[in-house]
Design a protein around this ligand. Sequence first.
Ligand SMILES: [Zn+2]
Length: 114
Amino acid sequence: MHEFSIALSIIEIAEDEAKKANANAVNELVLDVGALSGIEFEALETAMEMATRNTLLEKAEIKINKIKALAKCNDCLAEFEIENIFDSCPDCTGLFHEILSGKELKVKSLVVDV
Ligand SMILES: [Zn+2]
């Protein structure tokens, strides 16, 4: 499962940060996951639950922020929300746009217990 290996790398990052802060546990982990990141939110949640067992994140509350995908039309410069990368502009039906957000996958914040 794709999401499981992602969960493992997120946990690795979080544990590294926690160790740097000499923390015994991570209380809260907030993730930013974009709608275009290719990640299934539910699969990621399940993977995080399983993968945090016996780690510093075992008791952490995991929050996943779903970041909407926004694009800006190259033709009429309208900004609009997209479901997938090939969606056309709702104003001028133009096919070309710049992605403004929605591809992110990152650890936004981490609360540790020292
Ligand atoms: Zn347009």
